[in-house]
Every structure is written in structure tokens, then in C-alpha cells.
Design a protein around this ligand. Sequence first.
Ligand code: SAM
Length: 595
Amino acid sequence: MGPRGPGLDGGRSPGAAGDGPRPPRRDRPAEAGAGFAGPRGPRSESFDRPPRADRPDRPPRAERPAGADGGPRRRDEAGAPRPYRPAGDDRRGPPRGEGQGPARGPRAEAGQGPRGPRPEGGRGPRPEGGRGPQGRGDDRRGPPRDDRRGPPRGRPPQGRTLGLEARKLAVDLVVGVRKGRLLDQLLDEGFLARRYQTLDARDRALVRAVVGVALRRHGQIEDAIGRYLQRPLPDKALTLKAILEVAAAQILFMDVADHAAVAIAVDLAGADPDAAPYKGLVNAVLRRIGAEKGDILRAQDAVALDTPAWLLERWTAAYGAETARAIAASHLVEPSLDLTVKSDPEGWAARLGGIVLPTGSVRLVSSGSIDKIEGYDEGAWWVQDAAATIPVHLLGDVAGRKVADLCAAPGGKTAMLAHRGADVTAVDQSEHRLGRLQRNLFRLDLKASVEVADVAEWLRGPFDMILLDAPCTATGTLRRHPDGALSKGPEDVAKLAALQRRLLDQAIRLLRPGGLIVYSVCSLEPEEGPDQIRRLMLIDAPVERVPVTADEVFGLAEIVTEEGDVRTLPSHLPNADPRLAGLDGFFAARLRKKI
Ligand SMILES: C[S@@+](CC[C@H](N)C(=O)[O-])C[C@H]1O[C@@H](n2cnc3c(N)ncnc32)[C@H](O)[C@@H]1O
């Protein structure tokens, strides 16, 4: 399947077609532009590097708000992103979803907004006595009462610089995604990845949280910014736009004090030669968003704004309007962390504070680094969406069978196959990703033969069974990879469908007569799923479908199609707690090679 996650390590497929740089998608015309418009009023209108591994085990450290007065500080002025609570910490409840309304209304008290930019290069001492950061203590609880009145006079002011590097990196990552790169790639290799690695765990968590919200809610954020611009910002002003978006993400959706978000954005604009002339605009627009966020959020149709129109249209055609909206709505919620455990799911669920899903996966409201979760070091489990386990289940008993896992990295399915006793050969064209697969297998104490190869040209076998988890558009994993909504376009569907055809034809050649093949993709697009199987039937390929029954998929009758294939949707597996709901959108079909 195409890039998606979290896999064992949450990595995505750099090698997948359609992943290359592409101009930013602009499927919504700019509605407003450069030049502050003033208030218009709301329109109605790992295995080794886990995906969300470093969500904070505590919220990021507090920021000292720029230009803050010396008045008492409220608990929520700390820079902790609201929706990204640690597991088991239910003090704030789930992140806001569609129709849940704004997080909080505009602050009523005076003096909470930003005072405007500090003098250029303003990292130095403030004229007024500043309050220091809350430090690295557990700032979920806020500072001791007395601290809220600010630090003693003369304490060096530093709050504004706290979190600055994290925000700067968040801005650069958003720019990278807008240029067509995948977020996981950017965090995996290259200059931005190195900057990311130099941050401490909490700042890394902050970066991921801010970027995640900025991408997941990109449409609402663009809409909010557009309300206060008279003319569109220049096309090339990617950094300026990202500065606004990153700050607006915090103001609209996270538990970050508005003035802190505004002040840091103004600082970032001031430090960028192209954005510096717009410092005043940044300040004014963000302050208006802060003041009117309640009205803005109430007026927005989050599903329509945050879902690319081409995808919503496709899903409506494929699944109907109601299901299409349900799919899109599930993308607005940060997904759970699913673990595939080697044994004793109930025991692990109890130890980790999770629930056991019908698939046997353990589901957690995750936070913190996954390598800090109990059982990681001993290799008791790996990260894998519950839906991603289904293709291996469809192969049935694999013990002692010669199985080829084609397009295997980072290896979630390889691990399942090896753990079930198969003699596995894992093939992938990405050496880098196979390195991760091998590290993951090592941690799990599992074994597989590994080969770097283009599956379309790989000649081995014959195999008793084949799993082809083909590269795809990954539109079924936008919950986990919201950047996919910005980096993919309709042309990718056709491009990847052509690649899938070639890989599928080759996979059938590698299978022994009577052998089983499971074809899977994490795409919601019919061309990448059922249409591939339909084509095989039409061309009279030497395979026949072996229909899946509900019993084989844990009684989940809703995921079995009329033809006997599996189709999971992000809106499946509902839960009263939206953080525990959903499945990645997978398609899987089982075929037997004719004798
Ligand atoms: C989503 S990933 C597979 C995930 C994996 N099966 C798992 O469960 O962890 C798709 C993989 O296909 C690989 N790939 C893409 N085109 C390929 C080709 N022509 N030959 C071999 N591998 C390819 C990518 O490098 C990527 O690792």
C-alpha cells in the first residue's frame, strides 16, 4: 500500500509514485489578500521512529507571552496544546471535533492580547519585568499559586524565546509540505530532520502537535486568515503564509495563549527577510482571529473546508454523501495508537490503559514517546493500525509456509507473518525503509529474509502465499497523515493504479498454482481497490476470488463487501470517545491462483 502510518514506525513510502514534489494544491480560490482588512465578521457559511512517538508526556513547556503585562497569569496561558493530552489524562477531554464548537470564546479580560512586536531582534531583555517560563516541571498543573504573579523583578525574561525554535521548525515543515513533500520524509531525512532531532522531547512533541493541527485543519485556518485580508498574499510568500497558519492553528485549536502565539509569529515574520514587511499584518490578522475565534469556528463547515473538494466528490460518488462526510469528519480527530501485541491483548490493554479491539489490537489514547511505553524494549508489540492487520489475517494459517511480503517496509505485516511462523521474504525497493524494517524485526526478535528490489522486476519463488501491500495514494490514512490531503491530487490515483496493475500481475507470476495472494491498499479510491480485482476477472487472469466471510474478520460484517472483499473506512468502529474510534481505510482482496 501506499505510504501511511503509523506502521511499525509510522514511516511512509518515499518511493511511492505520486510522492514527488508538486506545486501546492490550491483548490480553494484565495478569498482575500495581503493588506489587513479589519474585522469582516464571520462569513456564514516503530517500530523505531513512531509516528506520534513523541507526543508530550506532558504538555510542552509554557511560554512567556510576549509583551505580557505583569498581571496574574491564568493556567491556560501556558503553551500547552490542548488536544494533545497524555494518555490517561482526561482532565481536558477529547479534542474538539466537527460540530463541537470552539474551544473557548475570546478572552474577555483586557490586557491579554499581544502588545505588538518588540523592537527588532527582540530576544533581549524586555523593558518591563517579564515572567519566566514555568520551566520543565509538570505545567499541566500550572505553576504554584504564587508564581502566577510572575517572577521576582529582575528575573531574566525569556518566555518569548521559549518555543520559538519549535515554531520556526513547524513553519519550515509546513512550507515543505506546501511544496509537495511528505511530512514523514521531512522528519526522516535532511536538514529539517536534523533540526528536529536537536530539539528536546517536549519541543519535538510541540512541533508535531502544531504541524499536525495546521495540516489537519488547513482549510479552516486558511478561511480564518482570509477573513482579515483584503488581497491575497503573494503566491511565493510561503513562509509568511505558514507563519500565519502555524499561529492560527494554535489560536483556534490548541491550548496556547493567544498572545504567545501572536508574539512568536511576529518574531518569526520579523526574522524572515520576505515576511518582515508583513509583521504588522501578521500581528493584526492574528489578533483579530484571537478575538473572533468563537464566531469564526461556529460559522465554519469543518468537513467541507478541511477536505479537498476532489476527495469529497470522489468519496460521495463511491460511498454516498453521508458516508463521505463521516469519513471526512473522522479525519478531524487525532487518531488512537494501535498496537499489535505478540500475546495476551487483554493483559496488555490493562497494563497500558487501553482497550482490546475485535481484531485483537490494543488501542490507546496515546501520548509520549512510544519507546517509553511498557513493552517496547522487550519487543512485546509494534505499532500498527487495526485495519492494517487484516490482510495478514486473510492468509489464514501461514506457519511453515513460504510467503513473499511484497512492498514490505517498514514491516508491520512482515512482523505479523514472522510471528505467525511463516518463512517470510520481505521485498521493498527502498533500502532506507528496509533498514528500518530490519531494526524493527531485531527489536521484536523476529526473523525474515530481506531483499531490496523493484517488485515489478523481481523474479523468485514460486511462493505458497503472497502479500502485496501495494503503494497507493493512502487516502485511507489521512487521519494519521493529514499532509496527504495537501500533497496528493487526482492525477495520483491514475498513476498509482497503473503501478498497482503492474505489481499485481507480477505478484501472480510469483505464486505457485493453488497458492493464495492477498492484495491490499490503504486507499479509499475504487481504482486502487475493487477496480484492480475487477480488471483481473475481466482479463481472465489465472486467479479466482476467495471471498472473505464476516467470521474471518472478527464478525465485522460491515467491512465485507458484496463481492467478498474487505473495505474498512475511517468512520468504522465507532466509539463514544472519538479518540478511540475509527480504522484506517483499507481495501483487501484474497485470490487463489488457478491450478
Ligand atoms: C505503505 S508501504 C508498505 C507498508 C508495509 N507493507 C507495512 O505493512 O509496513 C508501500 C511500500 O511500497 C514500496 N514500493 C513502492 N514501489 C515499489 C516497487 N516498485 N517495488 C518494491 N517496493 C515498492 C515503498 O518503498 C513502500 O515501502
